[in-house]
Design a protein around this ligand. Sequence first.
Ligand SMILES: Nc1ncnc2c1ncn2[C@@H]1O[C@H](COP(=O)(O)OP(=O)(O)OP(=O)(O)O)[C@@H](O)[C@H]1O
Ligand SMILES: [Mg+2]
Length: 177
Amino acid sequence: MEAAHNGPVTGTAAPGTVTVDVAVESPEEMKELGRRISGVLAPGDLVMLTGELGAGKTTLTRGLGEGLGVRGAVTSPTFVIARVHPPLGEGPALVHVDAYRLGGGLDEMEDLDLDVSLPESVIVVEWGDGKVEELSDDRLQVVIDRAVGDTDDERRTVTLVGIGARWAGLREELAAR
Ligand SMILES: Nc1ncnc2c1ncn2[C@@H]1O[C@H](COP(=O)(O)OP(=O)(O)OP(=O)(O)O)[C@@H](O)[C@H]1O
Ligand SMILES: [Mg+2]
């Protein structure tokens, strides 16, 4: 179901980024991909989800939440900027952010005064491009592409791009997941 390759995904990716392509055929597979990605996540990780409306960003986050074992259903955070899902066990909390209405970027994110330690949490951000990159030198960028023009088509191509030293040695782990 998956193909992996080295090297930058686009001309703008920095050299040394880790890139893995995954073919996803259904919402259930998207959730499963989230569960599998959760296995490599650690406290302090930043995951940025990119993809158009309805691409499957929240669906993948649901899988991340299940895999991490956190409390509360992961739903679209459209009417709140961020939702904290505390861990049920020993793992990190999941902080699920919809940055769509986050005008000021990072400062505003810190001003949200979330009752959680960001360095001890996994932070997953929808619509964060150009806004939250400064939160961390490293990030896992998840780019979801849908077959153009057909909203009934459930096929997606997901490109995982690991940016920074955190992800440098983890191509195999991401590809196997
Ligand atoms: N392969 C797929 N992966 C994920 N969702 C899919 C897939 N195929 C169809 N869908 C459907 O597309 C919708 C995706 O919704 P979801 O809320 O996850 O998208 P989103 O990217 O978070 O959208 P938004 O930008 O509004 O936040 C769901 O209704 C889901 O059932
Ligand atoms: Mg969403």
